[in-house]
Design a protein around this ligand. Structure first.
Ligand code: FES
Length: 126
């Protein structure tokens, strides 16, 4: 069972559909985007680092999300900016999935981005 002091429940894994982002609004945190790539789930900031666009509304192709405003792009797995005008990377959060529920560690400082930044969806929750 996740430590509720460190992990924040975001969404049920079943509600994260492939090839489209799911926006999660929390009371005391900027909006998040939850993405599913194959059987893995990733959580990033939802707001583009170039402007005020919601990346959960962007197109997903080859593991990248394209910003709906100016067509910048980010690698969903790493947060790396992959297309101009985006330069600043997107924050990626460490997550875990317990009983089909997706939790993120929102207090992570970003230095561990890419480490346990995703979690495999258990077969029972697919
Ligand atoms: S706001 Fe996202 S590329 Fe400009």
């Amino acid at each position: 069972m996740p430590n509720q002091d460190e992990l924040t429940f975001l969404v049920n894994a079943n509600d994260v559909k492939p090839d489209c982002g799911t926006r999660v609004d929390l009371p005391d945190h900027p909006p998040l985007a939850v993405f599913r790539l194959g059987d893995e789930i990733f959580v990033t900031d939802d707001t583009c680092t170039h402007g005020a666009a919601s990346l959960s509304e962007g197109d997903i192709c080859d593991g990248q999300v394209e910003c709906p405003f100016h067509s910048g792009a980010f690698d969903i797995r790493t947060g790396e900016a992959t297309a101009l005008p985006c330069i600043k990377p997107l924050r990626v959060y460490p997550i875990t999935i317990e009983n089909g529920r997706v939790y993120a560690r929102l207090d992570a400082d970003g230095s561990d981005a890419g480490q346990a930044a995703c979690a495999q969806i258990p077969s029972a929750a697919r």
